[in-house]
Design a protein around this ligand. Sequence first.
Ligand code: GUN
Ligand code: FE
Length: 435
Amino acid sequence: MGILLRNGLIVTQNPDRDVFHGDVLIENDRIIQVKPQIHADGHQIFDMNGKAVIPGFIQSHVHLCQTLFRNLADDLELLDWLENRIWPFEMAHNSESLRTSAQLGLAELLLGGTTSILDMGNGKFQDEIFSQMKQSGIRGYSGKVLMDTGNQPYKETTREAIDSTEKLIKKWHGPADDRIHYALAPRFVPSCSPELWEGVKSLAGNYELIIHTHSSENRKELQLVKEMTGQSNVEFFVKNEMASPKLCLAHCIWVSEDEVKMMSETGINVLHCPSANLKLGSGIAPVPRFLQNGINVSLGADGAACNNSLDMFTEMRLAALIQKPEAGVTSTSAQMIFDLATLGGARALGLDKITGSLEPGKKADLAVLDLNKVHCIPADNIYSQIVYSARNTDVQHTMVDGKWVVFDRELKNFPYEEIVKNTWEQVQKLFERAK
Ligand code: GUN
Ligand code: FE
C-alpha cells in the first residue's frame, strides 16, 4: 500500500518550478506521481487541504556534536571561540553526551523540516553520531573531524586519524538503505598537516567521498593559512588537487576574485551559513557573486554553538536579507533562496538525482507546512511566505525515504521528553569534565 497526499499546494522545485494544487503518490521510498489529480485506489490517504507540500530542506553544514553547547559560547570570534570553548567541549564528550547532542540536533532538524544533512562529526565516539542519524530516519553524511596539528588539544597522530577514518568509512558508508554515508571531515587548513591532507585526498579517491571542511571564514584564519602554506585557502585546495564538485567548503566569506574564478572552474560547493557568519562576527559571504559565476551555493545552520539554532527558516530569511544593503534588493529573491535550501543542498551532497525536488522517481523526502496562520497571511507567492514569513513551528509533518519522521509535530523515532531530560543531565556532566 502506498501513500497518497491529497489536495495540497505542491511546490515541486522541478525544472519548471511548477507550483499547483494537487496530489503526490508515494510507494515505498519513492515518489511515483505528482499531478493535479491522481486516480489511484488502495492507498493510505492523507488530506493536505490548506497545507503546502515542499521538498525537505537540505542543510549542507551542521555539527551535531555541538548541539549540547548551545547558548554556552556566545560573543567570541572564531579562533577564540574554538580554542576556549568548542575544542575543550568536543574533547570532553563521552559516548553518552555525544549521543544526547546528536539526538537533540536531529530532533530539532527533523521538527523543522530538514530531511538531509552534511554533518561535521566529533574527534571521538563518532559511531554514536552515525547510530543516531540512522535511528532518527534522516538522510545524510557525517565524518569524524580530523585535526593533527595547530593550536588545538586533539592529540592524534596523522596515522591514527587516517586509520580510524578508514575503519569508520568501511562501517558507515552506505548502511540504512543507503541513507547514511561517510564524508571526510578535515576541520580546516590550520588544523591539518600536509600529510593528513594527502591521506584525506587518497581516501577521497579510493572511496569516492565528499571532502567537507571550513574555509575562508575569518580574517585571522586567512592569515594563519597564508603563514602555514604561503597560499590562500582555495589556492591550497586547487594546487593540492582537491578542488572538485566533491569539495564542500563551509563559509567562503573572504575569497578574492581569483579564488572565485577557481571555485567556478573546479566546481567547488559553497556551504553558506549566514547566522554563524554574523554571530561570530566573521562577515558576509558574497553569495550573489558566487551565483553569477555559476558556483553551487547551499545553506546550513552550522552548529548550535554559533547560531544558536538549527532552523532553516532563519537561515533562508537571513541569506536573503543580508545581501540586500550591498548587492541590491533584487540580488536575492525568495525563490532563489528556496533553491539554495533544496536543490543547492542536493547538488552539494551529490544527491541531486535522488532528492531536493518533488518529482517522480525521486526519494520521498518532504515537509508539510501549515501556513494559514496570522504571521504568514495574506500572500500571493508561496516562496515569499516560506522564506520571509514562515517559522519552523509551521512544519506539520516531515517525511524521509517515504516514512513519516515527524507527524503532527511529533517525532516518530525519538522520545522527545527523554532528550530534554538527558540534555540537562549530560551538559552538566560535560561541564564538569571540561573544567
Ligand atoms: N572552523 C574550524 N572549526 C570550526 C567550527 O567548528 N565551526 C565554525 N563555524 N568554523 C570552524
Ligand atoms: Fe562549522
